[in-house]
Write a protein that binds this ligand. Structure first.
Ligand code: ADP
Ligand code: MG
Length: 690
């Protein structure tokens, strides 16, 4: 094994490589493009491309691909080889600046929500030089943005990059009020990734997991997670070997994988990287999910990224740790030590509290999917209601500001709120794990994301919503003649207005749901209820003001995601029907036939087979009931409306309850049919495979 520092980033065309390989002027010009977003000149692009190709070829690469993130959140790639015939029957390895900077995948089948008619399918990809190119599977990957021919955005990266520029600009303005000059403020993100590893042999025997990512059937295992003996437990050697290789592969790609541990559910694990800029963290997380699946296969595992692979067992989420840092090295969510730093922190904190309250709907819909519906509100996950946990100490500070208890009057020209913050705890033990949006010392942790999500959307919304608060605050404060007084008034007013979003108690409790309703907080329980708010007027106005999305672009996202939801439920329903008809019902009949034959024989020799009769009858009755449920489900699937919005609601209102009904009977059959006859591995087999 190579030394880790040598291994780290060895497959990345990073700053170090660029500095070594590029002529000085080209390097400088590229750096300017990266830092200031200026356009890359074509002669510069040619030189960069040639160096990139030489570097990639020296590492064994034969192909290149523009790598992008369409609206569905997966990543897409189309590989071209570097070869170019020289006219004499030989080939050269070639790669031009044009090929680096712009690509035109025939992307007509990516969902565009009506933004791009198929006849002009020419979406194009454009290099994002702020995220390094890298080599994976003998291919040079070039991170790109994806737009339609007419310039409308078709991906998740472009809005994220725009939102990062906006939050930088708005934060810089606010900092100027505190007498600070900074060049750039960056949204930083550290996403903790949860996942399940199950044995490939079990995976292969479960069509539901293969086709839908989760189990559609399965009676509870006699042992589940009740003993909490898996959380942070000793990692089994086979899993350990997987984790070690995962780290190696991620490190090669420059992804700073830092922490690996077992999670609460059996077979559930987590990986947390060191945080990076929101853009790089997003690319890295997409890549992490892919690499996890690949490495798992090499170890005889299937890696499940679904939010709820097993009923009754914790699901998987992704905790999005988010903060803002300046190019001068300051973390803006660090409370600081002096009164002025404290005041600045309180202002940013107030901006975030306001943003989360004003745009609860957007944050909620950024985590809406068929998979995550099983998780949000279930017992291990934050509810579908947004609220913020700030901890007791900070809540006391907020209350004292609201009640005017600590305010010193007459502190003219001094930037302070009349108080020095108490030292806030920064350790893990004190945290409220049930909160969807928790302050954890010097960052916020948004916990509603599902494990399979692309984090771009959430961070775009977070950046934009906070930018809006900051922008309104700046407008008010920059006009004030007495900054300190104006700051005081603003903070007091805004905290009073948005206090309802603060909640330190148990977010999983029924009482909180009722309390949240009294407070007027939103509670969109299901994906179709949440997604339609993408295009609410206030949200359209927000994104338009900050130049992130147009109304049409928002509408297209809404449609793509609603369509994706209803397709997922549709696939689950069809998979369920197939498994019931071809496996579960036949197996149950086979077993009842066996019993019946035995009963007949026993009766013929005068043995009264009461017990067998009872089991046989129960199976026969259950099969009859199950068959009628399959028929209902099939008929309902057939009558799904054509319109995507109606189909999504129909899926939630009709198909899901149908599926729940059928599952209940099938799971009951699993508990009475002979294990040898049961056509698939059970929860106990899968979850305790060792
Ligand atoms: P826990 O599981 O206790 O919440 P972890 O150590 O697993 O904590 O993960 C914390 C995550 O937060 C890591 O990815 C870490 O890099 C990230 N993080 C720490 N500081 C910041 C910051 N300033 N901005 C964004 N993310 C951060
Ligand atoms: Mg963690």
């Amino acid at each position: 094994m190579k030394e880790i520092p040598e291994l780290f980033g060895s497959m990345v065309f990073n700053d170090h490589v660029m500095r070594q390989m590029l002529p000085k002027t080209v390097y400088k010009s590229l750096k300017r493009t990266m830092q200031e977003g200026t356009a890359l000149e074509s002669d510069v692009a040619d030189v960069v491309a040639a160096c990139m190709k030489d570097w990639a070829v020296s590492k064994g690469a034969t192909h290149f691909t523009h790598w992008f993130q369409p609206m569905t959140g997966i990543t897409a790639e189309k590989h071209d080889s570097f070869i170019s015939p020289d006219g004499n029957g030989n080939v050269l390895m070639d790669f031009s600046g044009k090929e680096l900077v712009k690509g035109e995948p025939d992307a007509s089948s990516f969902p565009s929500g009506g933004l791009r008619a198929t006849f002009e399918a020419r979406g194009y990809t454009a290099w994002d030089p702020t995220s390094y190119a890298f080599i994976k599977d003998d291919t040079l990957f070039i991170p790109t943005a994806f737009c339609s021919y007419t310039g409308q955005i078709l991906d998740k990266k472009t809005p994220l990059l725009r939102s990062m520029d906006v939050i930088s600009a708005e934060s810089i303005k606010i900092l100027s009020l505190f007498g600070k000059t900074v060049k750039r403020v960056t949204a930083t993100v550290g996403p903790e990734q949860e996942y399940f590893l199950i044995d490939m042999k079990d995976y292969a025997k479960r069509p539901d997991i293969k086709l839908t990512g989760r189990t559609l059937f399965g009676a509870p295992s006699p042992k589940g997670q009740e003993k909490d003996d898996h959380y942070f437990g000793t990692i089994r050697p086979r899993v350990k070997a997987f984790m070690a290789e995962l780290d190696q592969e991620l490190w090669k790609l420059g992804i700073p994988s830092k922490t690996e541990h077992n999670e609460v559910a059996p077979c559930q694990h987590e990986m947390a990287p060191v945080f990076e800029t929101a853009n790089i963290a997003t690319d890295a997380n997409q890549l992490t999910m892919e690499v996890m699946k690949q490495v798992a296969e090499r170890h005889g595992f299937a890696c499940l990224l679904h939010e709820k692979p097993f009923e009754g067992i914790n699901g998987s989420g992704k905790h999005n740790n988010w903060s803002l840092s300046t190019d001068t090295g300051e973390n803006l969510l660090d409370p600081g030590k002096t009164p002025s730093e404290n005041a600045q922190f309180i202002l940013f904190l107030t901006a975030i509290i306001k943003a989360v309250d004003d745009y609860q709907d957007l944050l909620r819909l950024s985590v809406a999917s068929a998979g995550n519906d099983h998780r949000l509100g279930a017992n291990e996950a934050p509810p579908a209601i947004l609220s913020i946990f700030v901890g007791e100490e900070l809540e006391e500070v907020i209350n004292s500001i609201i009640e005017g208890r600590n305010a010193k009057s007459g502190s003219r020209n001094k930037i302070e709120l009349g108080m020095v913050l108490p030292k806030l705890p920064q350790d893990n033990s004190d945290r409220n794990r049930t909160s969807p949006f928790a302050f954890t010392g010097n960052k916020f942790e948004f916990r509603m994301l599902g494990s399979s999500f692309n984090i771009a959307c959430t961070n775009t919304i977070l950046n934009t919503a906070v930018s809006e608060s900051l922008s309104l605050f700046y407008d008010e404060l920059s006009k004030a003649s007495d900054f300190s007084k104006a700051l005081h008034e603003l903070v007091k007013r805004e905290l009073t207005e948005h206090k309802r979003i603060l909640f330190n108690g148990n977010g999983y409790s029924k009482e909180w749901e009722e309390e949240a309703e009294r407070r007027g907080l939103l509670n969109y329980k299901r994906t179709p209820d949440a997604l339609v708010h993408y295009t609410d007027e206030k949200n359209v106005a927000l994104f338009k003001k900050h130049g992130i999305y147009t109304r049409e672009e928002l509408k297209s996202r809404e449609e793509v995601l609603i369509d994706e939801y209803q397709k997922q439920i549709h696939i689950e329903a069809l998979t369920m029907i197939e498994m019931l008809k071809k496996a579960i019902i036949p197996a149950s009949i086979t077993y009842s036939d066996k019993l019946a034959k035995g009963i007949a024989v026993k009766k013929s020799i005068g043995i009264d087979a009461e017990a067998e009769m009872k089991i046989c009858r129960e199976i026969t009755d259950s099969v009859a009931s199950l068959l009628s449920k399959v028929e209902k489900l099939s008929a309902d699937v057939e009558s799904t409306p054509d319109d995507v919005y109606e189909a999504a609601r129909f899926s939630a209102d009709v198909l899901i309850p149908d599926m729940d009904d059928a599952r209940a009977v099938a799971d009951h059959l699993e508990t009475i049919v002979d294990k040898k006859e049961w056509p698939m591995p059970t929860y106990a087999d899968i979850l305790f495979y060792f």
